[in-house]
Design a protein around this ligand. Structure first.
Ligand code: ZN
Length: 491
């Protein structure tokens, strides 16, 4: 197997040639969603970024075990250690079982990922299903002297850890600074330093989700689940750990510390982080009023959107940036992506219309190599897309009769588009529901209803009934009222 793929290792702060530990088997872990709300744009980017990596490694011939977790416990409101569990809060407010919340939003997350053509991971473990594994991790860390028990909770001891290991190496933070600033804040918590983080928290009486442990009836700290589940399914050492840049600190820094403290060594060979998404130049957040769920993008129901955007437009837009760069969403940018994707899709259809000739006069022989080279350079998807656009120029030129192509080269061209556009970038042809064709659709339905009205006026009951019955079979609900006829499509 060739190992020419180079990826950026956040830990080493440089691009590295990818060499799997157990070639041809690759282990890959990505932090998944916390399931207490509708999936939004922020969920789309890591899912798509690591879907591309998953697809590309598979394409290269590796057998990839891709683990992406579901966080359904221990994600507390204010920071990792204090406040109310977000899932519990929602459950309390809506008078539901926490697991009903988890189930509901997990299904909605899956539906959104499916629409974005994100392949499901090989294993999708839930934190709540791995409490014993997490407790075992805590026991190892305690036994090695890197944690302490305090009032039924267990905290990671940053000071003890940093005497032997380098806490802060992933995020580039200085542990001395962290420990010295936190000394002043002492007195109000059960922690030795406020930089210390919870491995196990004793549950307060109002806490609904809790489990027995040697320390207290409680629940694991958030960072612990990924250390426990990653090593359970991928082994004590595995190839790739991914996630959004917002997880770099504290989540991934704490994961490294936990693994080293429990096992004596780092578990991850390559850390990869996708950059963040902004909306019109500002950070996305509920309090900022620019929070748009994926469903709202798909149906255009958020007032910040001037139209609905097909899932493939969202996917294509994200792929138009290299994953380590920020992406800024705006209606204008999305509309540009919609048009660009339409041009590319048109090109694929146009290839089918080409009649091969005696000789090839366009430059396509190195197209596959150039696309591979871009993918091998830290998954540079925008460059892959630009090569495909160059090829569309050749396709148009051949169709216009200015250039020609042989059968063999035509087959190669088709194959390159199929491989890179569909198999690797994961784009698919779909009905693009844009504002324009939604409007046309409405007009056609209104026209049918007008014809039915005319038929009724002319006492042509046969035609009127035929229109009504056929529409009802298609899922339309038509209501005649005194202000005219209303309709909706039930799907
Ligand atoms: Zn994680």
């Amino acid at each position: 197997m060739e190992h020419q793929l180079s990826i950026y290792n956040t830990l080493k702060r440089k691009k590295e040639l990818f060499v799997p530990i157990n070639s041809p088997h690759v282990g890959m872990y990505v932090c998944g969603p916390t399931v207490y709300g509708d999936p939004h744009l922020g969920h789309a980017r890591p899912a798509i970024t690591f879907d591309i990596l998953f697809r590309y490694l598979t394409f290269l011939g590796y057998k990839v075990r891709y683990v992406r977790n579901i966080t359904d416990v221990g994600h507390l409101e204010h920071d990792a250690d204090e406040g109310e569990d977000k899932i519990e809060k929602k459950a309390r407010l809506e008078e539901l079982e926490p697991m009903e919340i988890v189930q509901y939003y997990t299904l909605r997350y899956h539906a959104a990922m499916n629409a974005l053509n994100v392949l499901p991971p090989s294993i999708e473990p839930h934190a709540s299903g791995h409490i014993i594994e997490q407790e075992n991790f805590v026991k190892k860390i305690l036994a090695n002297g890197f944690a302490y028990e305090s009032n039924g909770s267990v905290y990671f001891d940053i000071e003890a850890y940093s005497k032997k290991h380098n806490y802060g190496e992933l995020s580039g933070r200085n542990v001395e600074d962290m420990l010295s600033t936190t000394r002043d804040l002492d007195g109000q918590t059960e922690k030795h330093h406020s930089a210390d983080f919870a491995l196990w928290k004793k549950a307060s009486p109002e806490h609904i989700m809790h489990w027995p442990s040697p320390w207290s009836e409680g629940f694991p700290g958030w960072h612990l689940e990924c250390s426990a589940m990653g090593t359970k399914y991928l082994g004590e050492e595995f190839d790739i750990h991914g996630g959004g840049l917002d997880l770099l600190f504290p989540h991934h820094e704490c994961e490294i510390a936990q693994s080293v403290a429990a096992l004596g060594h780092e578990t991850v060979h390559y850390w990869m982080h996708n950059n963040m998404i902004t909306i019109n130049g500002t950070k996305m957040g509920k309090s900022l009023g620019n929070f748009i769920t994926l469903e709202e993008f798909f149906n255009g129901s958020n007032k910040a959107l001037t139209q609905a955007y097909a899932p493939m437009t969202i996917r294509f837009f994200i792929l138009q940036a290299q994953y380590r760069n920020t992406v800024d969403f705006s209606n204008e940018a999305l509309q540009a992506s919609e048009k660009a994707l339409a041009r590319l899709t048109e090109a694929v259809k146009n290839i089918e219309r080409i009649t091969p000739a005696e000789k090839t006069t366009v430059e396509i022989s190195d197209l596959r190599a150039k696309c591979s080279e871009a993918m091998n350079d830290d998954l540079n998807t925008p460059i892959v897309i630009s090569h495909l656009f160059d090829a569309t120029k050749s396709i148009n030129s051949i169709l216009a009769g200015k250039d020609s192509i042989t059968q063999g080269d035509l087959d190669e061209l088709k194959s390159v588009f199929h491989t890179f556009m569909f198999e690797i970038l994961g784009l698919k042809e779909e009905e693009t529901v844009t504002a324009n064709n939604a409007e046309t659709f409405d007009k056609v339905v209104d026209l049918l209803l007008d014809l039915r009205k005319d038929a009724k006026t002319n006492k042509d009951w046969g035609t009127a009934d035929k229109i009504r019955n056929s529409m009802s079979e298609m899922g339309f609900e038509v209501k005649d009222g005194k202000d005219g006829t209303e309709w909706k499509l039930n799907k």
